[in-house]
Design a protein around this ligand. Structure first.
Ligand code: ZN
Ligand code: ZN
Length: 152
């Protein structure tokens, strides 16, 4: 049961991340997200990192209140949000943008396809006319391109 709630929350978060990215970050909170589209190698933190806090708060509240009041579903939802945060961090900050040099490259077709899709997102430097707002759910064409490249 707990695993199922965590699993569903995790993939629900992918949808939430897509929605937030497309309509909030590239919308009325663009002033917090724009510096992620115009990277500055001199500074480690980006204003964009504020979104980690925005998602960390509900996760922390769910885990704390859920365990205080024995509301286990709520607690597992908190863990699901946390798991997504960790996955997002590893894929987006570490693997794609190399903000921490923990691992540089991968032969994993799925990871490479995620990176390819996100690089397409970064081709656009402005608020409007973006594409590939999701992270872990990748359009087939990027998987196919990576498959082809790995076979070649
Ligand atoms: Zn963006
Ligand atoms: Zn990015």
């Amino acid at each position: 049961m707990g695993f199922l709630v965590i699993f569903l929350t995790f993939w629900g978060m992918e949808f939430m991340a897509w929605l937030t990215h497309k309509y909030v970050m590239h919308g009325f909170l663009w002033n917090l997200h724009f510096d992620h589209h115009t990277p500055n190698k001199e500074v480690f933190f980006e204003k964009n990192d504020a979104f980690f806090l925005i998602y960390a708060i509900p996760s922390w509240l769910c885990i704390m209140l859920g365990s205080m009041f024995a509301a286990w579903t709520v607690m597992y939802i908190g863990f699901g949000i946390l798991a997504y945060g960790i996955a997002y961090f590893l894929v987006h900050e570490v693997f794609i943008h190399q903000r921490l040099k923990w691992f540089r490259n991968s032969n994993n077709v799925y990871l490479r396809a995620i990176r390819r899709a996100h690089k397409v997102h970064h081709k656009h430097r402005d608020k409007e006319k973006g594409e590939c707002f999701g992270m872990l759910i990748v359009p087939w064409k990027f998987l196919r391109q990576e498959l082809k490249q790995i076979k070649a």
